[in-house]
Ligand binder design. Structure first.
Ligand code: SF4
Ligand code: SF4
Length: 392
């Protein structure tokens, strides 16, 4: 296993981390024995970073049962504060106490503000007194390092990075989404300010592991037929020198072994030009089957009416490739759970953006499809819920 230094935390993180969110479950109940088999193998193979969250059903408790079997000292545990479920600092205490009890531990190594989407969402948590609360937890030793996980655009990401002395951050990144959300630009920005960067969704929720278009599989197989599509996805991230740790949800020992083999040999900057060209060909093949050929370049932005055009199209494409629920969830998180909504329904068809699009996308017409596809009854229900809790 290769390890990378995690900045001011003083920790050395395994390049491959274990995202616990995807443990195998039956009828909503996690298969504890299977999860522990995977966790044990991960430890044997040198993984030391384990990520969970308050809002992943049964997840912290599952991890806690494993920690309690004499494993706590060998594992760096990351979990998250669902600030969007909090109305005051009393909720921070209530939730964090519950997390420690579930995890059967007296401290969390890496604690994240979960799902920060903009500077406004961070300011809302701040106004509830989270900075003093963090200071108290640090003094008592209950939290060792503080960071945030992010879903939003690059401008917001940079503002959040600069708004607090974070010790690490977590972003979504993979070869297909190099220019979406924080993207490569955000990775380099954070790293340039000394922040270790943990990567989530390296395989886009499995989309880059299974169901790749034939053209993409051929592009990879022509260069290295022995490496799986998942391996191709992971090694692109291992090759990035600014990445500290890549989270992957593994629920089979064979997956742990495959990922750890790769994380033991792919050093930063080690991919050949031939390998890098294979990604370009694969991306082209994937884009060819997408609903909207948006590359996420952002030349169409800003929209005077606040629409986040690339995020709308990204979610719309995800709905086609990965299923409606995934696309919808992406859509709501990146365009609507914000103080300034940026959803497709805000478009007034002025046409200004379309003139700047190098892909010649008929943006207003495509946004109308996005609105029709996403902004129905479930969307309105989520927005009503937002009115109660998601004041971000
Ligand atoms: S057409 Fe719609 S998305 Fe484009 S600039 Fe006008 S209002 Fe914004
Ligand atoms: S300019 Fe076109 S390709 Fe670029 S983000 Fe906007 S819609 Fe997508």
């Amino acid at each position: 296993m290769l390890y990378r230094d995690a900045g001011t935390t003083g920790e050395s993180l395994s390049l491959q981390g274990l995202g616990c969110m995807r443990f195998t479950s039956h009828a909503g109940i996690i298969d504890q024995a299977k999860a522990e088999t995977v966790l044990s193998r991960a430890l044997e193979r040198g993984i030391n970073y384990f990520d969970t969250a308050y809002t992943y059903p049964g997840n912290e408790a599952c991890l806690g049962r494993f920690l309690a079997k004499g494993n706590r000292g060998r594992m760096l545990v990351a979990t998250k504060l669902p600030h969007y479920q909090c109305a005051s600092s009393a909720d921070f205490d209530r939730i964090f106490d519950e997390e420690l009890a579930r995890l059967q531990t007296d401290h969390v190594d890496f604690y994240l503000m979960h799902m920060i989407t903009s500077l406004t969402s961070w300011q809302r948590v701040r106004e509830m007194g989270v900075e003093d609360w963090i200071a108290r937890q640090r003094t008592s030793g209950r939290i060792r390092h503080v960071g945030f996980s992010f879903h939003g655009g690059i401008a917001d990401f940079k503002q959040v990075v600069d708004a607090y002395p974070w010790e690490f951050c977590q972003i979504q990144l993979n070869y297909l989404d190099a220019h979406a959300q924080a993207g490569l630009e955000g990775l380099r920005y954070a790293s340039g300010r000394g922040l270790p960067v943990i990567v989530m969704e390296p395989l886009r929720g499995g989309r880059l592991a299974v169901g790749l278009p034939e053209g993409a599989r051929r592009a990879f197989a022509a260069v290295d037929p022995g490496l799986s599509p998942a391996g191709w996805g992971l090694q692109w991230l291992f090759d990035q020198p600014e990445v500290t740790c890549v989270l992957s949800g593994m629920n089979e020992v064979s997956q742990v072994d495959e990922n750890c083999d790769l994380a033991s040999r792919v050093a930063a900057g080690s991919l050949s030009s031939e390998q890098l060209s294979a990604y370009d060909a694969a991306i082209e093949a994937i884009r060819a089957v997408e609903r909207v050929g948006c590359t996420g370049c952002g030349y169409c932005m800003p929209c005077p009416h606040g629409v986040d055009i690339p995020s709308c199209f990204r979610a719309w494409n995800a709905a086609a490739s990965d299923g409606w629920v995934r696309g919808f969830s992406d859509y709501v998180m990146t365009t609507s759970l914000k103080a300034q909504p940026a959803n497709a329904g805000r478009c007034v068809s002025c046409g200004r953006c379309a003139r700047r699009c190098p892909q010649h996308i008929a943006i207003p017409q495509e946004l109308a499809r996005v609105r029709k596809g996403f902004e129905g009854i479930p969307y309105k229900a989520v927005m009503r819920f937002k009115g109660l809790k998601f004041k971000v």
